[in-house]
Design a protein around this ligand. Sequence first.
Ligand code: UT7
Length: 331
Amino acid sequence: MSNRSIILGSGSYLPERIVTNAELAKRVETTDEWITTRTGITQRHIAAEGELTSDLALCAAERALESADVNASEIDLVVLATTTPDNTFPATATKIQHQLGMTNGAAFDIQAVCSGFVYGLAVADNFIKAGQAETVVLIGAETFSRILDWEDRGTCVLFGDGAGAVVIQASKDTHDGPTDTGHNRGRGILSTHLHSDGATNDLLYVDGGPSSTQTVGHVRMNGREVFRNAVNNLASIVDETLEANGLSPEDIDWLVPHQANKRILDGTAKKLGLPVAKMVVTVDRHANTSAASIPLALDEAVRDGRIQRGDMVLMEAMGGGLTWGAGLVRW
Ligand code: UT7
């Protein structure tokens, strides 16, 4: 019988500094009214000078380990989803591994931009199912503010910094797994679904990189086209996930979407016929934190008691690539 991956705990971290729309309106030609009505965003957190993606990630990972009651010595894999690593190499995940005090196991970064967390969920789940890892820390962390063009009002108002993490552990369906006491029955990651389409690279990208310009570059986006693709791709990934599990929208207790734009979130909920009250929304306060947005939203809803043991939780995201994906979890 194959292993089932159980999410044992979550944690998150937001930088202290909050930047309001009004503050941004002093930097670029925009208004609080435009940003709020077009995106639902009212503020975002921005990392302090010298505060690195690894700092945010470590804090979120430590909080997740604490909530899971898991010791760092039990971890055998660290996966960090990020588009804004501390350095081009080594993988920022290896820094986290060291900072957590781990001397065993493996650590690597994955890059799927805003879809990074659902890609990471698939990676972690498959390592566990294959028996190659037993306890995984999966982190989504970004200092997206570092790759924004602060003169481009079409992008700089949309993003923020932050980190979220989960601890995922193997639990055998046969009840002899390390976390399975019977109490875990039916819990875990039920399925993950990933897609990408490189033909749409030019809709959302960074105009730099080590091989092309030897600079880091800045985010460039065709917002309208990304919006259009998001609405279609997210609706189809949700359908695919429900169908694969023989479920209908009424079976979903919580939708935890990637937080890019409140209009996209509302559109997806509407297509699903899901009441907006069943969707976790943080985009108003966090803006788009790329790979960090889902675990940040998840952690908020777990800690405030909305997400309860046994709930059916659907996560979905779309980002640069374009990449998109979903994960369904029985909490
Ligand atoms: O994480 C996944 C990746 N990102 C996304 O999913 C984002 C997807 N796209 C979007 O969320 C929306 O397309 C945006 C929020 C980026 C833009 O909203 P929109 O309703 O699609 O606006 P638009 O791009 O069609 O622009 C409308 C107008 C333009 O002016 P003109 O050409 O009509 O005169 C823009 O220049 O709004 C202008 N504009 C702004 N005005 C004030 C663009 N950005 C701003 C701004 N403030 N910050």
